[in-house]
Design a binder for this molecule. Structure first.
Ligand code: CTP
Ligand code: CA
Length: 226
């Protein structure tokens, strides 16, 4: 099959994807964020729609156009993303966490723009909830959970650790220190890590990576229901 005439092998499968970054406000004009562009998550949405899935996209700020055909929920902060996911998780068959969720948020959101003063500025951060971990804890046997691990060292060990700790079924391990992989690129080099094996994929477009992830998800669903 070419990309264009993939079978509609995900027809009726309800899939929720998180994508993009978060913006965590400091005051009305400033925020803390990260380099995620949303490309990988949006590619999963596009691939899944082509294959007939019923897709909900929960996205942080992204320059990419909201995909037509998906139910898109736009959020800013990690807490908003957490609430948007938790409100919709029950009705999903597959949950894929491709968002670079902010691990921390500034403890105070100042009502007025901060004025500069002599000396240094200290901003205290507090932890955001771990969306994937909580989904993993509540997950039913008929649901599949997929996470992403963007790492710069000990890539496979870290990804496997996250897979186990978060109760996920599959992790996509991403070495973001390699060129052609990671933030902002149109390609990616990933290894699929599940409970049994590690499958290293070559350099592929993010859309092809998306299809490989969905192939694997479909395989796991078939195995589980037989
Ligand atoms: N994730 C999440 N909620 C968070 C943090 C991460 O749902 N608050 C999800 C991400 O969407 C991703 C997976 O967990 O699918 C792994 O994210 P990652 O940042 O690699 O792992 P962390 O557990 O946050 O650990 P660390 O950043 O310390 O490596
Ligand atoms: Ca993190």
């Amino acid at each position: 099959f070419t990309e264009r005439d993939k079978p509609r092998d995900l027809a009726g499968v309800r899939l929720l994807v998180t994508a993009g970054r978060n913006a965590e406000p400091i005051d009305p004009v400033r925020y803390v964020t990260n380099r995620s562009t949303g490309k990988m998550g949006y590619a999963i949405v596009e691939a899944a729609l082509r294959r007939g899935a019923l897709v909900t996209l929960v996205t942080g700020p992204s320059e990419l156009a909201p995909p037509s055909g998906a139910t898109t929920v736009q959020v800013q902060t990690g807490l908003e993303m957490y609430e948007a996911v938790m409100a919709r998780v029950e009705e999903q068959d597959v949950i894929i966490g491709a968002a670079a969720v902010a691990d921390y948020r500034p403890k105070l959101r100042h009502e007025q723009k901060l004025k500069k003063k002599e000396g240094n500025l200290l901003i205290e951060f507090e932890r955001n909830p771990d969306i994937l971990l909580e989904v993993g804890q509540r997950k039913r046997d008929d649901q599949l959970l997929v996470g992403f691990a963007a790492e710069t060292e000990n890539v496979l060990e870290n990804a496997r650790g996250k897979l186990m700790r978060k109760g996920a079924d599959l992790f996509v391990a991403n070495d973001v220190s390699q060129s052609g992989a990671g933030f902002g690129t149109d390609t990616n080099i990933v290894t699929l890590v599940d409970r049994e094996a590690e499958i290293a994929l070559p350099l592929l477009s993010k859309l092809e990576v998306a299809d490989r992830i969905l192939d694997h998800v479909l395989n796991m669903r078939t195995r589980r229901s037989s």
